[in-house]
Write a new protein. Sequence first.
Length: 511
Amino acid sequence: VGGVWPRARLLKLTVNVTFSSFVSAMSTEELWKLIPSDGDVQTQTRNLFLSAVKTQSHVHRVFFNGVSADSLVSSINSGFNYQDFATAYVAQAIARVTSYKFDSTVNGNAAKDYIDGQIRSSSWNSNALNLLELLFTRLEPSFQTYMNDKSNWAKKFAAVITSKPWLSINVAADIAKADPSDPLVRKVNFALLKIHLLDDSYVQSVTKAFQEHAPGFVPYWNNYDYIRYGFAPDDIIGDVQNAINVEHSEFPPYGGSAWMVYHGTAVRNFVNSCCPGMNLATGKQPDNEQVKTIFSCFTKGTQITLASGMQLPIEQVTAGTKILAHGGDISTVTEEDVQNHAPDGHYTFGINEDEPFFAPSHPFWTTDGWKCLFPAPATEENPHINFKQLQIGDIVFRIVPNTDTLVYKPVRIRKISMKRVDCPFTFHGLHLDGARSYHANGYVVAANYPVLTEKRIKESFQKLSEEEQLKVSDGLRSMAPELNKLFGGWLEQSLTKLGITSDIKQESQLV
């Protein structure tokens, strides 16, 4: 009409053309041609298989917690033992990781034998077929259109490909002699697979027609390794190594002077709980426990308040610097360079919203005296001070900034944060002449540094057994010249005064 098509008629024509194209594309000939490439089949079935393996709960939470399950995993129904396979697959990789001697905890050869045995089993190929069944419409999306009318297309397709004229044109009579990888062999087997997916009741009659046309032909579509993939431990060794590297710390109770650090605790638990039932565990335990010494002092950059009221990073404070001590006293930094080195890393702690800056055994001044998170190491260095445990609810004191006089603000501890620092790491402290306290990031803290006194020597010596006292006495006596060079005559005089290198030596000569 004047060259102008009514909108309704144009829309109807468009729909009819599209529908006609769709219908014409659907045919038994096109259905025959729907064959995914061998590479796609292998890649997709392998990926789905590995997704099912890695998302088994007992290995997923330890080794593959970043892996999301393929949407098809929940539909797998092959009867294959994915749980045991996952155990052996991971165990084989653990046997290759020497960190903390985890390789000694599992039998890698036994794990490999289990995997190889599964690949050779009948359940392997039936599982591979189940994966391909689930994947087929993903590999060939247009196949879904035939699945929407399965019975009808199964009937049509079976009728066409079993007819003698069609077979004589499309299937060679000597196909039985061809290699399984031959394109025609693949087409025939995938034709049977498609019949199976559309309506399995036609598979037997179609197979019979193929075998009558080509005597000796044996279909492999339902008994074939579509995965065809070697499960090398190197493929997941990075995941296993990462799981072993996970560090877990257990701090000691009140009075402890060291804490335990564990690596790969979840991996150890996996080996101990999942591997023995499959005879994959050796019974040996990993060397994944380490004793960590608890240090005092502060991290680099901690601000120290000088006598002038200015602040300076602790690592820049030098001998002779005047330091503001608790209550306004003044102390002088000595030439003693106080550093605690943590070669394997350590933990730092912070109060409330502060970035962690102090080591766990450094004492803070509170309303109840000197306290630190772990008093035992502080007490060992300064036994004359009664250190208590610092905890949530305690009140510490911090300088109020920008005031003309020294003013403290009571700070109630609401939380104590913790941060892992990489190795090697150095904590810095101060050795002072004068008042044994200073201010770190504004907090009143003790100059926690060991002081050697006659009282301390005597008390420590008395803790030894008589035999141990004799050994120490003899050793110190023989080292007297060297000790005098190191410390001067005062140390020998103190030892003699206390009877450590004289009276006890004489007693030992009388025995």
